[in-house]
Design a protein around this ligand. Sequence first.
Ligand code: HEM
Length: 590
Amino acid sequence: MIINISQCEVAGEATGYSFEGTVSKSTRPAGCFVERSGGSYFNSDLTGSSTSSKYSALCSADAWVTTTTTTTTTTTTTTTPLYYTVSMSNCADGSMIIDVTQCEVAGEAIGYSYWETVSSTNRPAGCYVEKDGGSWFNSDLTGSWTTNAKYSALCSAHAWTTTTTTTTTTYWQSPYFWMRCEGKQALTTESMTFEDYDSIFNKVESLYQTLPDTCNATYCPQADWAGCVLRMAGHDFMDYADGEGGSDACIYMDDIDNLGLAECLHEGEFGISMADAFVDFCTTISLADFVVVAAEAVMNISRQHVLNEDPSRAGVDFRSSFKYGRTTALSCSWAHGRLPNPEDSCSAVNTTFVQRMGLSWGQSAALMGVHTLGRAKPENSGYDGWWSDVENSRKFNNDYYVSVLLKGWGPEASIGGNPGKNQWKRIDRGVNETHLGKEMMLNTDMCFVYTMDNEGLVELDAATAVENNCSCTWYMAVKVSGNVSGVNFTENKAAELYNNNEFCGSTYIPGPDAFGLQRAICCGDEFLPSEDGKVSDEFTAADCGLIVDLKGPAVSQMTTFANDEDAWLSVFSTAWRIATTNGYESLKRL
Ligand code: HEM
């Protein structure tokens, strides 16, 4: 219940009822309320109760501003006494009291009650005491007192207490409160048609089209913006557990895991935000539905880049199976801490995707393919790099799987000196940060396939990989390339279909007879076999898992997705539907 008038004002405006003032009547609802005919009010009589249907109570969903006040007190103590008097001479440099309030304190502190202010050149300047009692302040700072022993100057030994008050205002607010809306924001979509879906799509697309299409190693706005919008939807539905949360547009904005989302949500990233599009639909479409449609739109638009290059690839269609009716939550403080921590590897995937969201391991692997878009930034998550090479990071394709399986990766511990942030970086022959950008993966991406030991008992973990003899993740080429020297495999063609015939950055793929050389291509020249072609046990031990028999929980599905994009898109669409409808019983088709 809103029992504070200024909160009431904000709440009224936020829900589209302009604030009309305070009343004090037990015949109206207590606290904050709205009148059906328009306007919001605050009833300061908190015993108020009215059952008239003319009024509705306006409630806060804990989504208010929390103010934390930190008071830092710095006391500078010098020699005692803190105050001292000097007769017939001046205060030490800098210790003369020239402020009436300081003088009052100083007088009392040394037992001379403060008397009053004078303004006389015949008295000591500033603060002084009279021998027969009382302290005074002479505002005529040119005052001179050397000739009269009746007075002593009262000096400060810089013993003042400095108090610094820092006020930190934490805005913990549901994204609902960040949206602009002329009118009352719909909390649940009552009706929605294909035309409505298309209008949202077109609006998001028109915003996307304003982005520069430059895409180089460090700057690719289309990847960043699309990534951010999609991540918003993901962070929204990943807080689902036991019927609570899911796609309700509510995320805990102050959560460190959500850093960077405010930009594309409402602040503007490259000058545009989801709020710019939502404003056109806010009175009929709930933000909860809008976030899902916007994410579907950016996946679709990013897919266009793929189709423009290769029209034979399949399009994506989320529209035909979209269902509406999600309710925007105004509060979700329980979401705090629910997002999976990448450091926790497949245990985190298991808790969030499998146990809470009800996805199978294959569907979890399919859903994680969203990471083909966008990147991680040190200033947001502390991780650093694009999931694929930069150009692929603005394309909605299966490059994520191609990257996990057709590239060699090594642990990169303590990113930016932070031991809590550890990731995988590309280490094979194809590394080219200048042109491709920095390529990285998280534990939670790689663990679907790789483990640290041969038995599959120790989860992949970049922080402890080296001490566990896991310095390089790579896979046997025959599983992803039909064209391995000396042998022709027909089924697995990820390298040919999606990776310019490259495996570990090289079109020369030595094949099963020369694992040692292949390891060096994937993991670095320090793994080159000795002149006699023999590979030392040490090198073999450095692999994360047995490369011919990897034990991650979704090796086969990830391999299928790398080799067959259509297979991925099909499982992805099921996983997406589950993720975005969790917690809803009665969503409706367009
Ligand atoms: C175990 C699950 C997941 C983990 C641990 C995870 C972790 C992360 C991290 C650390 C980032 C970097 C953020 C930054 O620095 O800006 C990120 C970015 C991203 N995440 Fe996830 N994520 C997970 C699941 C998802 C899901 C389910 C989605 C969406 C449906 C998603 C979509 C994205 C996208 C598109 C980006 C790129 C953002 C951008 O470019 O701004 N993620 N994720």
